[in-house]
Design a protein around this ligand. Structure first.
Ligand code: PMP
Ligand code: GLN
Length: 385
């Protein structure tokens, strides 16, 4: 490749999810790397997508999303959190949470600005901060408890900080930020007049503790961009229907960037996710119960295989420390694992700036059929050490 392009793209590389899913395909290994379910979500949601396609709702949707979906998002935020958003002025539909993150960062920060986030961080955060021309400053969540030192957070915030970028429930750790942690973050955001971008795509996958949107804290709604996605909640990750809830000026800013990214996307699927968001509470409760069972099964199987498990409180993911296997290099471990025992996982180190903090941590996805989880754990147990 042209050396200029090599240098220009070097900071971005290839996502670990693409690398590991390709490795799974190549080796025929069980893919507990990339987080996607291996079964579809509710039929009623699927049928709604088919109906939307059959009934000709296949052209560009409105730039801010179809009204049915925006109204359903409004009702969802109201039902679960008591948060009120105007469906026309304060909600924007995006191409998954991925586009919402990109558009929010491109809109809200630029060269000379700093974004504070916690590490390990979801990979697109670093890439989008870089694409915006801003600088990231990270606060480390330290295994095994994944707590943070409030002084580290205070030190990370400087006069250049524009945005605090949060993620709870958190990928890859499975941490659910506590009320006390969020309250502290809220105080710091207000003290320094920061905007908060909060990625809450795993909001319905909390097994212990409670999901508390930071926008519900006093003084926070008006400085917060809340990001959600239908992919995780309805097990249709390929549909890429995400959204932003924020006060009008922030939605307008995010929309300005978003219109030049995809403009619009996922037309018929927007109607289907609207149906999903209106499902009764029982759907959300049962979904959480099923996923909690999978989390428990995977954690038990990994422990039985001899691995030290850092038990997640939420999300699709469980982390292990491979030092319990007498190994220290998570990246080398994950690259060799498919060949050694037919299982793919993700090295958490790619989500850290402080590579020592994440070197021996490896992430496994639990959002798979139980027989798949069991087989993966059996293979790990047989791993020659
Ligand atoms: N944020 C987090 C924390 C994620 O784990 C993911 C991916 N699954 C996304 C955002 C992207 O979501 P979407 O598929 O809706 O773009
Ligand atoms: N969010 C998913 C994960 O963490 C992956 C999505 C992607 O491939 N970018 O596994």
């Amino acid at each position: 490749m042209n050396p200029y392009l090599v240098e220009r793209l070097q900071p971005f590389g290839t996502t670990i999810f693409a690398e590991m899913s390709a490795l799974a395909l190549e080796t025929g290994a069980i893919n507990l790397g990339q987080g996607f379910p291996d079964t579809d979500g509710p039929d009623v949601v699927k049928e709604a997508a088919v109906d939307a396609i059959r009934s000709g709702r296949n052209q560009y949707p409105p730039g801010i999303g179809v009204p049915e979906l925006r109204r359903a998002i409004r009702a969802h935020q109201q039902r679960f959190y008591g948060l009120e958003y105007d469906a026309d002025e304060e909600i924007l539909v995006t191409a998954g949470a991925t586009e919402a993150i990109a558009a929010a960062l491109l809109a809200l920060c630029g060269p000379g600005d700093e974004v504070v986030t916690f590490e390990p961080y979801y990979d697109s955060y670093a890439a989008c901060i870089a694409m915006a021309g801003a600088t990231r400053r990270v606060v480390t969540l330290r295994a095994p408890g994944y707590t943070f030192d409030p002084d580290d957070l205070r030190r990370a915030v400087t006069p250049r900080t524009k945005v605090l970028l949060l993620n709870s429930p958190h990928n890859p750790t499975g941490k659910v930020f506590t009320r006390a942690e969020l309250a502290l973050i809220a105080v710091i955001a207000q003290e320094h007049d920061l905007l908060v971008v909060t990625d809450e795509v795993y909001e319905h996958l909390v097994y212990e503790g409670e999901h508390i949107p930071i926008a519900t804290f006093p003084g926070m709604r008006d400085r917060t961009v809340t990001i959600g996605s239908g992919g995780k909640t309805f097990s249709f990750t390929g549909w890429k229907v995400g959204w932003v809830c924020a006060p009008p000026a922030l939605v307008a800013a995010v929309k300005t960037a978003k219109q030049f990214l995809t403009y619009v996307s996922s037309g018929p699927f927007q109607y289907a996710i609207a149906v999903g968001l209106q499902l009764p509470d029982a759907y959300f409760t049962e979904f959480r119960r099923e996923m909690r069972d999978k989390r428990d099964r995977l954690c038990a199987g990994l422990a039985d295989a001899g691995l030290e498990v850092l038990r997640p409180q939420g999300t699709y993911f469980a982390t292990v420390d491979i030092r319990s296997f007498g190994e220290t290099d998570g990246l080398a471990f994950c690259r060799s694992l498919p060949h050694r025992c037919g299982v793919v996982a993700v090295p958490s180190v790619v989500f850290y700036d402080d590579v020592e903090a994440g070197a021996s941590l490896v992430r496994f996805a639990c959002c798979k059929r139980t027989e798949v989880l069991d087989e993966a754990c059996t293979r790990l147990k047989g791993l020659a050490r």
